[in-house]
Structure formats: C-alpha cells, structure tokens
Ligand binder design. Structure first.
Ligand code: 5GP
Length: 191
C-alpha cells in the first residue's frame, strides 16, 4: 500500500535489533486518517472471507483493528496482557513472547466475547516471528472458532512469521512488506 510505504519512508526509524520505530503514526501517536485507510484495505482484502469478528492484542493492534471493524461492520475484541493470571476460569489464555520487549506475557480474552460460530480475522500492527498472532490463533482454537485470515499493517518479511502462518494454511495479508532493515535502511519487498 503506497500511502503506508510513504509514511514508513518519511517517518520510520530503524532501531538496533532490526526494530522499526513508527511511533508517530501507529505505535504512540496515531494517524486516524491513515488508520481509516488501512481499515478499508483490510475490508477489501478479506471481503469474501465471511468475517464475523476481529481479534487483536493490546495496545498497538487496536487502532487498525477498530478501523477494520468499522469498515467491515463487525465487533473488535482485543486480548489483554497480564503478567500472571489467578482467575482463568472465564478466559481463553495463551502465552506470547514479545520480540521487542523480550519478555513473555499471558494474553487473554473473556469467553463471552468469542461466539461458537464466529469466523475471526486476526489483525496486528507488526508480523515478525509470529508469536503474537500464534497466541491469538491458540485462543481461537481453544474457542473452537475458525480463523478467516491474518491481516497485519507491517510485515518484516525477513523474519519467520509469514512462513509459519502460510505453512499452517492461513490466508495472510500485509499492507506493507519489509524485505530488509539492514544499514538502517528500509527496503520494501518488490511486488
Ligand atoms: P511477533 O510476535 O510476530 O514476533 O512480533 C509482533 C509483535 O512484536 C507486534 O505486536 C509488535 O508489537 C512487536 N514488533 C515486532 N517487530 C517490531 C518492530 O520492528 N517494530 C515495532 N514497533 N514493533 C514490533
């Protein structure tokens, strides 16, 4: 998506460890007009998927997920992060290792917010090694609902997340695909 690639080129900075910082439009300050466009792109890409609900993880997945939910007219549920859980009876829970923070968090969704006949679209800000998406897929499996696909704003294609999801037969769409962050330069995958 050209609009998003331009924003990344103009505003993104590359941090050590091949981390892309995009905190002035996605991860801290949020550009609502851009988010709305991203939501429309997800709607087009998953138009035939029969999506009934969107799942994401707090906090940076929420903005694009809400805009996709608005455009697709489906509810959005974000998994909450917990350090430790004592009361798990009414929750679906998975453990996720965070690439950027290098810690494991439990994420959980209240059972009331996933219905048995749901077809869920998983949305997140970044796809790197696929841990966050994997956690949401575990929750979807525990809830016995179908995963219609995975939509991410930015995919770091040099990490293994997409391959892992495609190997599992998942429909993956990324609005920007980064081939490399070497030498602090952002290089996009050529279509
Ligand atoms: P994964 O679970 O796919 O390894 O990593 C995805 C999660 O880690 C995303 O939810 C995102 O919060 C964070 N993440 C991974 N790589 C980056 C990056 O380069 N920049 C930023 N800002 N977040 C990242």
């Amino acid at each position: 998506m050209k609009l998003l690639e331009d924003m990344i080129r103009e505003n993104g900075t590359v941090l050590p460890g091949e981390v892309l910082k995009v905190d002035n439009f996605l991860n801290h300050q949020i550009d609502p007009n851009l988010m709305y466009e991203l939501g429309g792109a997800f709607k087009r890409l998953f138009a035939d998927a029969g999506v009934t609900r969107i799942l994401t993880v707090e906090s940076s997945g929420i903005a694009p997920a809400v805009m996709a939910g608005l455009q697709m007219d489906v509810p959005v549920v974000f998994a909450r992060k917990h350090k430790s859980l004592t009361l798990v009876d009414n929750l679906y829970t998975a453990t996720v290792y965070s690439y950027t923070k290098q810690v494991s968090n439990d994420i959980s969704i209240d059972r009331r917010f996933i219905k048995p006949d749901d077809k869920v679209l998983i949305i997140d800000d970044f796809l790197a090694n696929g841990q966050a998406v994997q956690g949401l897929m575990e929750i979807a499996a525990a809830a016995k609902v179908e995963v219609a696909g995975v939509g991410v704003v930015i995919e770091k294609s040099f990490q293994k997340g997409r391959q892992m999801l495609e190997d599992a037969g998942i429909h993956v769409e990324a609005l920007a695909r980064i081939a490399s962050l070497e030498n602090s330069q952002v290089t996009f995958v050529q279509d």
